[in-house]
Each structure stands twice: as structure tokens, then as C-alpha cells.
Design a protein around this ligand. Sequence first.
Ligand code: GLU
Length: 443
Amino acid sequence: MRSGLECGYGRKSGASKRGGVIMASVTLEHEINPWEAQAARFDFAARKLNLDEGLWKVLRYPSREIIVHFPVSMDDGRIEVFTGFRVQHSQARGPGKGGIRYTPDVNLDEVRALASWMTWKCAVVNIPFGGAKGGVICDPKKMSMGELERMTRRYTAEIIEFLGPEKDVPAPDVNTNEQVMAWIMDTYSMHMRQTVTSVVTGKPINIGGSRGRREATGRGVSVICDQALKYLRIQRDGCRVIVQGFGNVGSNAAHLLQEKGYRIIGVVEYDGALYNPNGIDVGALMEYRQRNGSVLGFKEAEAADSDEIFTSECEILIPAATENVITSRNAERIRAKIVCEGANGPTTAVADEILTQKNVFVIPDILANAGGVTASYFEWVQDRQGYFWKESLVIEQLEAILSESFDAVMRYSETHGVNNRIAAYMLAIDRVAFTIKQRGLYA
Ligand code: GLU
């Protein structure tokens, strides 16, 4: 599996790289395990860097994994027991940082992978955080607000000694939002006997949230698309974009891209897709989805088959929903020039290899979606300063950090002859390893 990660974008690769051995030996179940996906790329990048064996062992696994089983009173009087996770992969460069997701199938391997990705992501954009991630196994769509609030508060209380502005700072992720962050902040503050806004980011603006945080991941995706077009010398006006996932990241990315002159020709959602070769009015679609809970039935675009739209010809494909949407099953059929990963882990390691062979320019999640955590960093800074920035300052600083990070990844890719994903991992691992060496080991 590792050998396939070798070839850099634009370099000719031997056909044997994607030979039967690699492909046949990887079952789909193995291929879509996010921890395996993370570990395969980490190992490859670490080997390229000639990483010291000891540091390799330190960074390959998370430093702390917390599992909690806790009771919650449901509206009908029943007691339900939920399982929650918080994994802290590294705190070498600063407090752990990373979201909390509420999904029925979240598991330890997924949270481990996501926590590691946060370490690499924060290092790629060079902000002073380590990596962490959390999750609770639940189906928020089937829960009332009261149940969600009680579950959130009890989960927070269960892991409270591991949280804190200087220890580990959660944020929103799949199915969590500003309201959930407000409950976490309040629960933590009640225990501390004082208001501590900087314990979470992605809060509502009136209680310590940052202007621009809500759109920041989508904005980051749009900035990275601009950079990629410049790098590849592709014209921006009319540039065709297909977005998969129309939640916070996908819808904001599409909206901002449209404002800049890109043409959003396709939107793919879990329950169907929309297509309009002349461009979909993203603002109108956002309002429509808000009102109807789905993009389906939107009149100014044709209803279409999701798989067909996902593999349609375009300049940029933005997977902005969940992991494992580009796999060995469809990678061969992708017809985008650029894949810009708004979600975490949307491309499997096997699919990476196929895309590289097809010369698709993949901008990895740990760079492409780093706008969210970068704005989270600004929020944490503002909370600690007690001084709040104008939105224009947030946007300006965000654009500066992401453009610089894009350039740094491209330099690594060119210097080491590796694809963008491996270049981003190498840059990140280099930074984290350097810090660990500099700090030295305690004891
Ligand atoms: N959940 C987001 C991510 O995966 C944001 C994390 C944060 O802001 O801490 O990057």
C-alpha cells in the first residue's frame, strides 16, 4: 500500500506501482479504515524524511485516548447510556485542538485518525496547537434539544480534567454547532466557578465566538482553490466546480467561490444531486435548503444521479462531507483536474494512488480545510485577550496564513518529488518532530 504513495504530481510513475499486488491485497474494509489511511501516509512521509526511529514511535500513535460511558435521562423518562471518545494525539506544539462529532458510527479508530490529522493540520498552518478529536456515538437527528444538551453536558463533565484553554480546546465537527459549543463552555465554566470562554472555539459570537469562524473552513477552501489555479495557471472565471456535501463547509465554499467568479455546476448530497452547466445560484440554494431541509426539488437546476455528478468533468471537485468518498471503486472515474478536500479523509490511500497516476492535483485535507482551525486559533487568541477583531481582520489573517501554507507545501512537493499530500505530511511531521527534539523528554 505504501509504495503507491510515492509518485509526485506531474511526475511520470511506473505502471507497476498500481499493480495487482497493492490493489488486490487491500480489502475495501481495510481501505476505508481512516486510522490505516493516516498511518500509511504518516509512515511514508516519515520514511522520506528519514525521521528518527524514536520520534517515529512517539508520533505514530496518540498520546492519550479517553473512552467514557455515561448515562443521560431521555425525554420519556428512560435512562440511556452513551459512549464518548476524546483522543489527544499530540500536545507538543501547544494545547490539543480539534472538533467533536456526534454520529451513530463514530469509533475509536476514526477519532484516532482525526486527532492525528489535527496535529498535522495545525502544524501545516503553523499555529501553536497539537491535535485532538472527540466524538459521541448517537444520532442527533433522533434526539430532542433537551436530550442533546444533557448528553453534551455530561460528556463534557466526564472528560473535564483533560480539557482547558491550555490543555485541549474542542470545536464543532460533524453534527455539532455553536449551540453545542456554548453548552460545553458553560459546563466547563460551572465546574471552574468562572466563565472560561477560551475552552472551546466555534462559539456564538456574543459569548466569545469570532467573527468569520462559521464560514472559515469554506473560506479557506476557496482561498486554496485560488492558489491552486494560480499555481497551475488555470483561469478563474467560469472555472467549473462540483461540491459534494452542502453543509457548513460545502455551502460556504461554494458561495464564496461563486462570488469570486467560479461556476458551481454540480452539488451532490447524500439524498441526491443537482446539476446546472450554466451555474447554480448558491445563495438561493442555501436559502432553499434552510427552508426545506434538503437541496432536492430546487427548481433552477436539474435533479441528477449523485455518482454521475460526482464523476462529471470539471476543473475542481470539492468533497466536503465525510471520509471515504473517493475510493478504489470510483477514483478511476473522477474527471476533475483538481480535488480540494473540504472534508477530513475523503480520499483513501489506494484512491490517492489512482488519482496521482491520473495526474489529478489533490490538495489534501490537512491544508485545504485548515481554514476552520486557523479561525479557531484567532478565536482562542481573542478570548484570551478579551479583545475582539473585525471580520475584515479575521479574513485578512486567514488568507495570509493559508496562502503561505499552500506555498510551503508546494515547495516541499517540488523539493522532495512527492505528491501534495505527502508534502503536507512531511512539512507537518518535520515541524512537530523539531519541537519534540527541542523540548527534550521529561524524566
Ligand atoms: N473540526 C474542524 C476540523 O476538523 C475544526 C477544528 C477546530 O477548529 O479546532 O478542522
